[in-house]
Each structure stands twice: as C-alpha cells, then as structure tokens.
Design a protein around this ligand. Structure first.
Ligand code: ADE
Length: 425
C-alpha cells in the first residue's frame, strides 16, 4: 500500500479483510452498480476527475466508491455522520483501493469536521454529499476551492432542503443534483430502506418485541411511511403524528391512528421520528411518557429528540446496551434512547439494505457523469435527476430481478396522444 498514514484516518487497518468480505456480500445485491462498473471501466468517464465525498461509510457506499474508481476517478471519503461509519469498510477502502478515507465510528464533532477538511484538500471537481455538510464547509471555510468545482450531488431529503434554502439565498455557487428526489431513490430507499433499517436498528439496540406495542412514528413523509408500514407488519399498534393535513389524512386512510405528539407521548412504548425537523420529541413530551419508553431518531441530524434538555433533566445516564442509554428522571422513571439520538438505522444497525442502495447509488454515479457531460452548461442551482436516468435505473433494476413488463401497443400509444377519443358515440 502506498498511502501514507497521513492520507487517511480510520480506526484500524487490520479490519480490512472483514470489510472486504462484507463489501463483496453487499455487491451481490447491487446488480445495477455492477453494470455501471463494466461500462465505466471501458469508458473511463471520470478520468482526471477528483471526487470529494461525505457519505455514510458502509458496505454499500464502498461499492459506489469502487465503481467511481473503476471509472477513473480519484476519490476521498469522509463520514456524513459521526456514528455511521463501519470501521472495517473504512479499512478495506484504504487497504485494498488505496482510497483516502477519513472516518471513525464514534468520532468527535471536531474530528468529523476535520475529516471534511481533509476530503476538501483533494480540491474536488465533484462533491458527493449526504446532508450538505461538505457543500457548506466548502462554501464557508474553503471558498478558494469553489473555482475547481463542476458540480455536486446530494443524497438525502435534509440535504436537498438545505441546498434549496442556500440557492434561494443566492449563496450556492455550483449546480447540485438532488439525487434524493429521483423516483428510483426516494420511492425505494426512503420508504423500504428506512422502513426496514430503522426497525432493524431499534431491534438491535433493544431486542424488544414489537408485537402489541404502541409504536409512535413522527411524521408521514416517505421515510416515516416506511417505518409505520414495517412496524405495523411486525404487529405494533402504530400512531402517526403530523403537521401536514394531507399527510395526516393519508396516514388515517392507511389505517393508522393520528394525534398530536402531546397525546401520543402518553400512549407510546416506542417512538421513532423521521421528519427532518427539530425537537419533534421535546422534553414536555418526554415528561409525560411511561416508564421504559424507548426513543429513536431516523432523521438525518440528531435534532428530532431534544437530547440537550433530556440530558439536563436526567439525574443519571447509564449505557445499558451497546446502542442504548437509560435516562433516569427525578421521579425515578426511565426513558431509553437508541443510538444516542442519531439516525438509528446507521448508528445501531447497518443502514439500508444493498438492494435499495443499488438504485440510490446508481443515481449518484450517473448524476456525477451527467454533471461532467454538461460541464459549464448548468447554472448554480438545485437540479432534478434527468428523467431518462431515473427510468433507465428502474428498467435495469427490474431486468436484474428477472421481471418483465408490458410495452404499449401502437394502438395504445395513439390513444394516449389523441384528444378526440372520449366517450364512444
Ligand atoms: N443511508 C442509509 N442507508 C445507507 C447505507 N446502507 N449506505 C449508505 N448510506 C445509507
């Protein structure tokens, strides 16, 4: 290996073999990425291109990194959350692919930001972000690097919201593609991915039986919908809280009880919030919860549970399991927080399964290629993934699953484009 110790910051290089085996296992469920890898190897779309990435360092991300390298890119990677790094995967990327990786599970906030700076040191042409911290760092403390940047991609709902606010302020200085908003991303990753992986995280943290429990889901966006659906499937009685009347109505008609958090707080055994907003589970909610209530967050940032107020109110905090802390309140009641209030699916489990990340990351790779193909033509703004990319990924995924679908006949096609054909005479 030719990387010097200064060119990476990871937990332990000796974990590399385990990481490599797990990457290979994940790759088996990522057939769309495998097809892209084949094309990238021959076409080299990223030759001479430096990509700075801040993403969850998982087996799935590692497979994305692998195909970018195969396409000729130079890539540096930092974690997009201090608790989501899989240390064996970080080691595998450094040891097998000589990739500069700066990510350690449990890193401090200071290390987290230092690691972002190291990624920016490669002077990226493309940023690949999950939550927008890399883009924010680039615009604030490293603005001298902006002139090199062709564009960026953003993985998550929270990041896209932040980017749109930045663009509206006139502060965004390069085009960014909202990978999250592709249908082949949020329909599957946010719903089925977050649904399964959040339940997985809560179960790994607690080993609790969901059947018969009151399971409160904060929000009813794509992620929360997935959590509610899967909790129901495990036999829980699901309660949804919302601020949006349309989404609340949808939750009602999907068969869930809907009420304000203040009321749900008294009923819930387990709480999981995925709204993208702050203090959805606040201290006045926690104060009326039953003894033993379990709290989890599945939103991007650790703001949905008011952890600061809970920490101040607690008379004692004890780590009772690997990813579970007991907060004892003055009256002797205890509540339990999974994964330190950070996204529970990555802090306490392994994130979304590879089969959905296959589509999310195909969007990432193809969006990066699209930015290069359109270099100089896109204004600084937030762009959708082009529809033909989205459709192509859906078609490839179906094909890889051995599923065939119908095509429109010429007659059907003509019918859809004719305005004269209404009620038959
Ligand atoms: N976000 C959610 N799950 C993930 C995974 N498995 N890898 C990377 N990012 C993720």
């Amino acid at each position: 290996m030719t990387l010097s110790a200064k060119q990476y910051d990871i937990r332990d290089l000796s974990l590399a073999e385990r990481g490599r085996f797990r990457m290979e296992w994940a790759a088996k469920e990522m057939p769309v990425l495998a097809l892209l890898e084949k094309r990238f190897k021959s076409e080299q779309p990223f030759k001479g291109i430096r990509i700075g990435a801040a993403m969850h360092v998982t087996t799935e991300t590692a497979n994305l990194m692998r195909i970018l390298l195969a396409g000729g890119a130079e890539v540096a990677l930092a974690a997009s959350n201090p608790l989501s790094t899989q240390d064996d995967v970080a080691a595998a990327l450094v040891s097998t692919y000589e990739m500069p990786v700066y990510a350690i599970k449990g890193e401090s906030n200071e290390q987290y930001h230092e690691h972002m700076q190291h990624v920016l040191d490669i002077k990226p042409h493309i940023t690949m972000d999950d939550g927008m911290d890399l883009v924010a760092t680039l615009h604030t403390s490293r603005s001298e690097l902006l002139e090199n940047v062709v564009g960026g991609t953003e993985e998550t709902t929270t990041g896209v919201i932040r980017l749109k606010a930045m663009a509206a302020d006139g502060a965004l200085r390069f085009p960014v593609i909202a990978v999250n908003d592709a249908m082949t991303k949020h329909f599957f990753d946010n719903r089925y991915g977050t649904g399964q992986s959040s339940i997985d995280g809560i179960i790994r943290a607690t080993n609790i039986l969901l059947a018969g429990k009151n399971f409160v889901v904060g929000g009813y966006g794509w992620c929360s919908k997935g959590i509610a659906m899967r909790a129901k499937g495990m036999g829980a009685n699901v309660i949804v809280t919302e601020v949006d009347p349309l989404r609340a109505l949808e939750a009602v008609m999907d068969g869930f009880r809907v009420m304000p958090m203040a009321a749900a707080a008294k009923e819930g055994h387990i709480f999981c919030s995925a709204t993208g907003d702050i203090h959805v589970i606040d201290i006045h909610h926690i104060e009326v919860m039953r003894d033993g209530a379990i709290l989890a967050n599945s939103g991007h940032f650790d703001v949905e549970i008011n952890m600061k107020a809970l920490t101040e109110k607690a008379v004692k905090v004890t780590r009772v399991r690997d990813s579970l802390d007991e907060y004892m309140l003055a009256d002797g009641r205890c509540v339990y927080v999974a994964g330190e209030g950070r996204l529970v699916n990555l802090a306490a489990a392994e994130g979304h399964p590879s089969a959905v990340m296959d589509m999310s990351f195909a969007n990432q790779a193809l969006s990066a290629e699209y930015l290069l193909q359109n270099r100089g033509k896109l204004q600084p703004d937030v762009y959708d993934v082009p529809t033909d990319i989205d459709n192509a990924i859906a078609a490839l995924k179906l094909h890889s699953m051995g599923i065939e679908i119908d095509t429109l006949t010429a007659e059907q096609q003509a019918y859809l484009s004719a305005w004269t054909l209404g009620t038959s005479q």
